[in-house]
Ligand binder design. Structure first.
Ligand code: KIV
Ligand code: NA
Length: 276
């Protein structure tokens, strides 16, 4: 059965942990879906891991629609959450509505995600009221990297920790069905989780959250540009892939590949006529 906002609400009540992974293409989404993940996030992290930018600010609506639609075709049961890219929701409530609508209509998103607290509550409210579920995103919000002055843990001092609590309550009040907490001290994330009625999904926010999310290239060991402290490597797929690529190159050079089992046959008499 297709997972929805109801799945998230029920998990918050029952205490069952929610799982989310990022994906950007059909075949990866299909593998994750078959594994039983609750939600697949088409993150704007695609700017980093797919497109090779050094931040997410250059990611466009067209990028998100292109990859979102591919993931949605592979996700039979998992809820597909698509990130709203930088400047697709900050300019006006109208722009935000139009762009959230495009992600649902053109990419088949089950929900959209956007970064920010009180400052984006008007936007969250409008999108939610239009019938598009919104996942909020607080703590380290990578689209604001230029304002933060780099990627680092957030909300460690009293002022910013209190701001996180206020923002979390505000996005819930505005209608968000869940909130991602990124790079937030574990104790603070646990406290926020305890006071919210909507589930928190942590990344670098400890085990006290209602669920977890990881970028798949990070958790598979496929992305080596940098590895944040919160990443657990569940596989070393990077080494595995590099080995397979090398084997293929060596076997092709030596003539070991392709062997007879990988070749198509033609009748001898046909061949004889061809060579006459
Ligand atoms: O873009 C992304 O992958 C994200 C997750 C890190 C939450 O926003
Ligand atoms: Na993102």
């Amino acid at each position: 059965m297709k997972k929805t906002v109801t799945t998230f609400a029920k998990a918050k009540q029952s205490g069952e942990k929610l799982t989310m992974l990022t994906a950007y293409d059909y075949s990866t989404a299909k593998l994750m879906d078959e594994s039983g993940v609750d939600a697949i996030l088409v993150g704007d992290s695609l700017g980093n891991v797919i497109l090779g930018y050094d931040s997410t600010v250059a990611v466009t609506m067209e990028d998100m629609i292109h990859h979102g639609a591919a993931v949605a075709r592979g996700a039979k049961e998992a809820m597909v959450v698509v990130d709203m890219p930088f400047m697709s929701y900050q300019t006006s409530v109208y722009d935000a509505l139009v762009n959230a609508g495009r992600l649902m209509k053109e990419a088949n998103a089950g929900a959209v995600k956007l970064e920010g607290g009180e400052s984006v509550c008007e936007v969250i409210k409008a999108i939610t009221q239009a019938g598009i579920p919104v996942m909020a995103h607080l703590g380290l919000t990578p689209q604001s990297v230029n304002a933060f002055g780099g990627f680092k843990v957030q909300c460690k001092d009293e002022l910013s920790a209190k701001k996180l609590v206020k923002d979390a309550l505000a996005v819930q009040e505005a209608g968000a069905f869940a909130v991602v907490l990124e790079c937030v001290p574990a104790k603070l994330a646990e406290y926020v989780t305890s006071i919210l009625d909507i589930p928190t999904i942590g990344i670098g926010a400890g085990a006290g959250c209602d669920g977890q999310v990881l970028v798949y290239q990070d958790m598979l060991g496929m992305f080596s540009d940098y590895t944040p402290k919160f990443v657990k490597k569940y596989a070393d797929a990077g080494t595995f892939m590099r080995q397979a690529f090398t084997d293929y190159i060596n076997e092709t050079k030596s003539g070991a590949f392709p062997s007879e089992e990988h070749c198509f046959k033609i009748d001898e008499d046909v061949m004889e006529k061809v060579m006459e």
